[in-house]
Design a protein around this ligand. Structure first.
Ligand SMILES: C[S@@+](CC[C@H](N)C(=O)[O-])C[C@H]1O[C@@H](n2cnc3c(N)ncnc32)[C@H](O)[C@@H]1O
Ligand SMILES: [Zn+2]
Length: 211
């Protein structure tokens, strides 16, 4: 066997982490989250754990209209827009003005500002005003908001569209975090086979197709 062959689960994980990072064209944006948290004092802005996965899913689904709930500093929206290609338009909801500004600067420096639009406001206020048919929705914000976002996702996503959900199991990092019970209900509700075909990924992400 080749000596660089990973021979344990931990070694496989290290191999995946290393090669995911080296193929991540927007890693430099993900790297800004930690210093940002220290400077801004916010606690809930983390980059998605696997940007290339978002890019690959968007490239496969070829969505024209994408919606993200939880923009942060823009890392995941960049991957979604890049994967979706030139015909994809991303709307991304962000409650904090400071994050929206930083994200917009990132979109501009990547030449993607015309295809990624930040909707500033709380998801609960912004979502009811949205209409039409989205092809892909990415949920990545406060777990307490998850069920309300799921209701809107059922309304907004076309049949065959993709709902990607992050942070299904935040209790492992913060057992007392508010909203965990809501998220526990969410991760079971996406198993409802009359509405979704869902696959869980061990890192706590899920991919659900609207049926
Ligand atoms: C985990 S971060 C998003 C990270 C981003 N998706 C990425 O991967 O680069 C969550 C973001 O949601 C925002 N947020 C928190 N509660 C929100 C709400 N109720 N509505 C909209 N945005 C919210 C936070 O300010 C934070 O920027
Ligand atoms: Zn912040």
């Amino acid at each position: 066997m080749h000596s660089s062959e990973p021979k344990s689960a931990a070694a496989v994980q290290r191999w995946i982490d290393k090669h995911t990072r080296s193929s991540d064209r927007f890693a430099y944006v993900a790297d800004k989250y930690e210093p940002h948290r220290k400077e801004h004092g916010c606690f809930d802005v983390y980059p998605s754990s696997n940007g290339p996965l978002l890019g690959a899913l968007a490239a496969a689904a070829k969505p024209k209209r994408l919606l993200e709930v939880g923009c942060g500093l823009g890392y995941s929206a960049l991957w979604l827009a890049y994967g979706a290609g030139l015909r994809g338009e991303v709307e991304t909801i962000e409650a904090r003005k400071e994050h929206a500004k930083i994200a917009r600067d990132h979109f501009k420096s990547e030449g993607l500002e015309k295809r990624i639009h930040v909707l500033v406001g709380e998801a609960a206020r912004v979502l009811p005003a949205l209409d039409g048919r989205y092809d892909l929705i990415y949920f990545d914000t406060d777990p307490g908001e998850s069920l309300a976002v799921l209701d809107h996702s059922e309304r907004l996503l076309r049949k065959g569209g993709l709902l990607i959900s992050a942070n299904l199991f935040l209790g492992q990092f913060a057992p007392d975090m508010p909203g965990l019970e809501t998220m526990a209900e969410y991760r079971l509700r996406i198993l409802d086979a009359t509405r979704w075909l869902t696959a869980y990924i061990p890192d706590g992400t899920s991919v659900s197709v609207r049926v």
